[in-house]
Design a protein around this ligand. Sequence first.
Ligand code: GLU
Length: 486
Amino acid sequence: MTREIKTRIAPSPTGDPHVGTAYIALFNYVFAKKNGGKFLLRIEDTDQTRCRADSEKAIMESLRWLGLEWDEGPDCGGAAGPYRQSERQEIYLEHANILIERNEAYRCFCTPEILAKDREQQQKDGNRRFGYNRRCRNIEPEVSAKRAASGEPFTVRLKMPIDGTSVFRDELRGDISRPNEELDDQVLIKSDGFPTYHLANVVDDHLMGITHVIRAEEWIPSTPKHVRLYDAFGWEMPVWVHMPLLRNADKNKSKISKRKNPVSLQYYKEIGIFPETLVNFLALMGFSFGNDVEKFSLNEMTEVFSFEKISLGGPVFDLEKLTWLNGLYLREKSQNQLLDDVMSLYLNKEYLSKILPLVHERMKTITDFVDLTTFFFNADLDYSLEGRLMLPKTRTPKEMSALFEEAAEKIDVLVDYNHEELDRIFRGMAEERGWKIKEVFMPVRIACFARKASPPLFESMEVTGKERIRRRLRKAAEFIKTLPVQ
Ligand code: GLU
């Protein structure tokens, strides 16, 4: 019997919803729909220290905004649930125990201190292999069980082959091999009882009936471990499909990073990119429609999709191209539709009523409102007029751009983005550096609003929203680097 095609997107909710997640979700979605199968959403939140409660919600909202609706998931349920890994602890422990019983995995009692010492020694000896030295691999099962029963902490490790080569077939790339000596006896269960990504991911893919694992190329090095897990359990292997990574439009075509490109899906929504543009654009990153067609819908892509149409070249995430494509969609819209879009993004009572109190005192006529508030509506700003003021005479371009970069990083990890927090961040950075407050506040004002005078700084930054503000700070950091030292 052939299995029903099932794919999945398995994000870890550790931050803002990422363009890379949407890109991989898109290919999973399209492949499943093309084959009359199902597309699942699974939340991989086993690393509780890195997971954020708001992130899961934002990921779901963004995927829905793009039209990549899932058939099974934490909110809509399904036969193989729960779909949040933090709710599946027991399942992973059970499965780890199966592997211990089969002698495919073992308890490792080495403490972090012992492991650190081993590593030091390996370094001293100039060992080529830096992995775990497998000290616990041959402990007798009865002894191991007794030590565990006595309360000694342990991890569970997978027995990897010691020599030879691991080979697996990738649907796009053919056979991929890796010398086994490079592969560690992977930890499956950590000493706190939580599973690692590798165990949880494979167990869930199997139990959820995933037939095709379509994911980013960065997971290729881990795949031999996953293949080994499937073998150890005696399960049927999924088809492996590793998509090329999105890249920055820089000289080295480095992996897409927030420093060079906004990576949050929310940003694109807030600068007025249509969801259908973003889907089309992400599709172009890894897929050729044929006949040089560049503009197509999700349904059109689904109709013609096959793995042969995926291209492996490093796809460059080029904002200019995205904006150009958005223009094509925009011109096709009726004026009525467009009017709705314009109003729903910024020209609505909700948004305007946040801005009005900030400029009320400074207005003399109603029309002043427009002139005083343009930066609340812009995407990027033009620094050609006031940009120089981002650099106080007392500071170098390097110092100033470092400050902006640091501010953007701090905003990235803020859980509550609001004016009090922003005030704390920027005052804190001035204090840490021993700078005058105005050496920070004026440049930040210019970076965020491109004007010497603006409504209250931090309130205005709050209303503009973290997406555009951190983009502006990063753009400002770039701009300042082009200024001469004064
Ligand atoms: N949780 C992993 C991630 O965030 C999933 C990787 C996979 O698809 O196997 O990318």
